[in-house]
Ligand binder design. Structure first.
Ligand code: NAP
Length: 276
């Protein structure tokens, strides 16, 4: 078994994920895994970074596929005895002009952004090593979507005692409410992506609390963040940040020094803790 520290970035064959892998290859003292749901796209991206003189490693990972997540977990356990850095970056967003029915957009978006990310956490958080760092890439849109929720929902999502099961029930209810076309009446904002990212931010707050309760001595730090508005296939060419600039906050959180005890359980953008 290797004693080399190991970092994994989900959905990193392009966009912000690829830029996070690039920065970690330069700054993280260990093995850095680019992961992609499609091995061909992943290998092409590895070759791109190799041309820049970097040496990322590759493992397949589709966060919608529990078997794929478990295969990565077993590989990491066997080869490294665990994991030091996990960046949950993989995500999807329908374009504004997309005519797919809203209920379908809600189901598909929540499936990857919330349920897929949660499944990765469920499988990989137990193998995080002491002083591990976990970064869940959310979005500022989670904050604006929260502001668009009913007072009752806002209170639930801001609660310091909400459980993961309760959050899963709420995310499931959103999808069901869109199918019945009652989501606005039930207090939800009209954004599937926004609700999925509320889920990611609240999940991060819950997971950080559980780490405090169950593994305090392990000094693991877990945060949600927004990369900013970044020029990728998701956000388009008008966005203000380059992918490398978008990677800065996630990488800062991934490389928090072992002496740090904060931020933890926070929502961070531009390396600054934001109110939730
Ligand atoms: P992007 O260029 O579209 O890249 C998304 C990445 O996620 C791609 O590698 C994609 O793989 C991967 N992915 C999607 N579904 C996956 C799955 N089921 N399993 C594994 N990988 C999957 O988007 P981006 O702008 O870099 O976004 C990265 C993250 O930042 C997302 O979580 C996004 O919500 C968040 N974010 C972006 C912005 C922005 O302005 N760009 C702002 C706030 C937050 P494929 O190539 O196979 O599709």
């Amino acid at each position: 078994m290797s004693n080399v520290p190991v970092a994994v970035v989900t959905g990193s064959n392009k966009g912000i994920g690829l830029a996070i892998v690039r920065a970690l290859c330069k700054q993280f003292p260990g093995d850095v895994y680019m992961t992609s749901r499609d091995a061909g796209r992943g290998q092409a991206a590895v070759a791109q970074l190799q041309q820049e003189g970097l040496r990322p490693l590759f493992h397949q990972l589709d966060i919608d596929d529990l078997q794929s997540i478990r295969a990565l977990r077993d590989f990491l356990k066997e080869k490294y005895g665990g994991l030091n850095v996990l960046v949950n970056n993989a995500g999807i967003a329908f374009k504004v002009q997309d005519t797919t029915p809203f209920a379908v957009q809600a189901e598909v978006t929540l499936k990857t952004n919330f349920f897929g990310t949660r499944n990765v956490c469920t499988e990989l958080l137990p193998i995080m090593k002491p002083y591990g760092r976990v970064v869940n890439v959310s979005s500022m849109v989670s904050s604006s979507a929260l502001a668009g929720c009913s007072q009752e929902l806002q209170q639930k999502f801001r609660s310091d005692t909400i459980t993961e099961d309760e959050l899963v029930q709420l995310m499931t209810k959103f999808v069901e409410d869109t199918k019945k076309n009652v989501h606005e009446k039930e207090g939800w904002p009209n954004t599937a992506y926004g609700v999925s990212k509320i889920g990611v931010t609240v999940l991060s707050r819950i997971q950080a609390r559980l780490l405090n309760e169950q593994r305090k001595g392990d000094h693991i730090l877990l945060n949600a963040c927004c990369p900013g508005w970044v020029r990728t296939d998701m956000a388009g060419p008008q966005a203000t940040k380059s992918p490398d600039e978008g990677a800065e906050t996630p990488v800062y959180l991934a490389l928090l020094p072992s002496s740090a005890d904060a931020p933890h359980g926070q929502f961070v953008s531009d390396k600054t803790v934001r109110p939730w």
